[in-house]
Ligand binder design. Structure first.
Ligand SMILES: Nc1nc2c(c(=O)[nH]1)N[C@H]1C(S)=C(S)[C@@H](COP(=O)(O)O)O[C@H]1N2
Ligand SMILES: [Mo]
Length: 253
């Protein structure tokens, strides 16, 4: 899989440099059972993972000329619930992003306010595990800015994104750790390719966490909660697909 190749490249050319110890670790990372132990949710060996990967590195960014002419939609293309449809009918005037959990000041932020915040624009490549990629432009405020505004507590370790869509009755959700939450390319995008997000791509707000695979890019984000543990959320593995098909919680690319 290309992500293993990418990881190997990161290990040998990254800030830590090459070495017998790291190439030994690298072989461990390629054994599926070892990957499960090292990279699954709560059990992830954070120190080792950090030694293997430079978590602060930036994802590559592209030029407008490199943008894909077609960016397909995947997973849910329309939540199509009564409450979501009501928001669409009202052009999301009633939408509020809830930020809560382990924060000093829970926030409830209307879309027009999110749209007036300082924003980052980035053209990145989206890689889906189902075997397709697309380069698109995303625009929105840094997640870190909002978490700081809410006064995220020092003992929080993850942020959980709850989405408007349900698959077979279960809400789609995702989670990332605070390294990714405060990464300079982690944004809450409200625009894609120069226009407000369409329903198919996650309107009115979706996560872009550019160092990770497609399924981490939660669409239709309604609530963000800071938590100390992922246990007790969903089935406890940190995301809808992580719970169901054993996708890695840390889906680094
Ligand atoms: N809420 C929600 N977010 C989601 C999904 C989904 O089904 N529901 N699918 C994920 C997957 S697998 C991918 S590849 C991307 C697809 O994003 P796109 O539809 O903008 O291409 O969204 C991710 N985020
Ligand atoms: Mo995906």
């Amino acid at each position: 899989m290309s992500r293993l190749i990418t990881r190997r490249r990161l290990v040998t050319t990254g800030a830590l440099g090459a070495g017998a110890l790291l190439s030994g670790c690298d072989k461990v990372v390629q054994v599926p059972a070892a990957r499960r132990i090292l990279f699954s949710g709560e059990d992830m060996q954070r120190g080792l993972q950090r030694a293997l990967m430079n978590r602060d590195a930036l994802a590559p960014e592209y030029s407008t000329a490199q943008m894909s002419p077609v960016f397909r939609s995947n997973g849910t293309a329309n939540p199509d619930t009564p409450s979501y449809n009501a928001m669409v009918a009202n052009r999301f005037a009633d939408y509020r992003l809830a930020i809560g959990g382990m924060v000093a000041k829970p926030l409830s932020i209307p879309l027009d306010r999110l749209r007036r915040l300082p924003a980052r624009t980035q053209i990145t490549r989206h890689d889906c595990v189902e075997g397709w990629s697309a380069i698109g432009q995303w625009h929105g405020p840094l997640l870190g800015t909002l978490l700081k505004a809410a006064g995220i507590r020092r003992d929080a370790r993850y942020v959980v994104f709850t989405c408007a869509d349900r698959i077979g009755g279960t809400p789609y959700y995702e989670s990332i750790d605070l390294i990714d939450a405060f990464h300079p390319q982690t944004i809450l995008a409200w625009a894609m390719n120069g226009a407000p997000l369409t329903v198919a791509h996650g309107a009115p707000l979706r996560l872009r966490v550019e160092r990770q695979l497609g399924y981490k890019q939660a669409k239709y984000v309604m609530a963000i909660d800071a938590v100390a543990s992922l246990a007790g959320i969903g089935l406890g593995k940190g995301g809808y697909w992580e719970d169901r098909v054993n996708y890695d919680w840390y889906a680094g690319i």
